[in-house]
Design a protein around this ligand. Structure first.
Ligand code: 8X3
Length: 269
């Protein structure tokens, strides 16, 4: 007989109203914000985190019509602030189903010999240590329940290095290694770990990288159709809505015009 086991296709609709909670860092802009929106549309309660309280308040107001929501204002790169913020959550909000470690950014794009050491330090503090602090604070509650899903937003810069990417690439390589390490350590606990590596996504990312220089930022996305935050949010939602026995461990998502970290096909370029 045929011993192949099969299952029904899980519709995304069925995932609604299951009393799930997601914790999203960097929720006030870009990929974090788009994720908060898609989660809210799918009735997943939210803990939205960010450094900017006005933006958090606006997002909370927008989404609290759809789901239960809490805001936490803190900087992931500050270890004490992070621990205090997470400890301040009411006990029933601490056991979360999904941790989306999205907060991260780039500071500067310069040759190593010209780069600013403060920029380098910030990238390591936010993109690597920030993820470690938040993960360490929330992991005990996942372990207690024997379930949970950690989704780390890395980058194509976590798989490849490019000219002037130095410390940013180092931070994302470290994050990718940390995700892989977590998956090994948590094997058998019921906790899933996923890593996502986006290529060029048109968010405030480049404006931050170029310290507010809008022209430089716009040039990054000139002559081709970049990804938008919603493209990544849909992938995040797809990954967290897989059945319990399925982990999408690592996925790279690029604009069709992009073939690698440093090859983008631009029109008239
Ligand atoms: C953002 C994508 O190519 O600028 O992580 O590193 S890239």
């Amino acid at each position: 007989h045929n011993s192949t086991r099969r299952r029904k296709i899980v519709s995304l609709e069925k995932f609604q109203n299951m009393n799930k909670k997601a914790f999203i860092t960097g929720a006030t802009s870009g990929i974090g914000r788009a994720s908060a929106q898609i989660f809210a549309d799918n009735k997943i309660d939210l803990i939205i985190c960010g450094r900017r309280s006005e933006r958090l308040a606006l997002l909370e107001k927008e989404l609290n019509k759809k789901v239960n929501i809490k805001s936490l204002c803190f900087d992931v790169s500050d270890r004490n602030e992070t621990m205090d913020a997470i400890n301040s959550l009411p006990d029933n909000w601490k056991p979360i189903d999904f941790l989306i470690n999205n907060a991260g950014n780039a500071h500067g794009l310069s040759l190593s010999q010209d780069a600013n050491l403060d920029d380098w330090e910030k990238m390591l503090d936010i993109n690597v240590k920030g993820v470690m602090y938040v993960t360490k604070a929330l992991l005990p509650f996942m372990l207690e329940r024997g379930k949970g899903h950690i989704v780390n937003i890395s980058s194509i810069a976590g798989k490849e290095v490019y000219l002037k990417g130095n410390a940013y690439c180092a931070s994302k390589h470290a994050l990718s290694a940390f995700s892989d390490g977590l998956r090994l350590d948590l094997n058998g606990t019921g906790i899933k770990v996923s890593s996502i590596n986006p290529g060029a996504v048109n968010t405030e990312f480049s404006e931050v990288r170029f310290k507010g220089d809008k022209t430089k930022a716009e040039n990054v996305y000139e002559g081709f159709e970049p990804l938008v935050a919603e493209d990544i949010a849909e992938l995040i939602y797809f990954i967290v809505s897989r059945p319990a026995h399925v982990t999408i461990s690592d996925s790279t998502i690029l604009p069709t015009a992009q073939a690698s970290a440093s090859l983008i096909h631009r029109k008239n370029g």
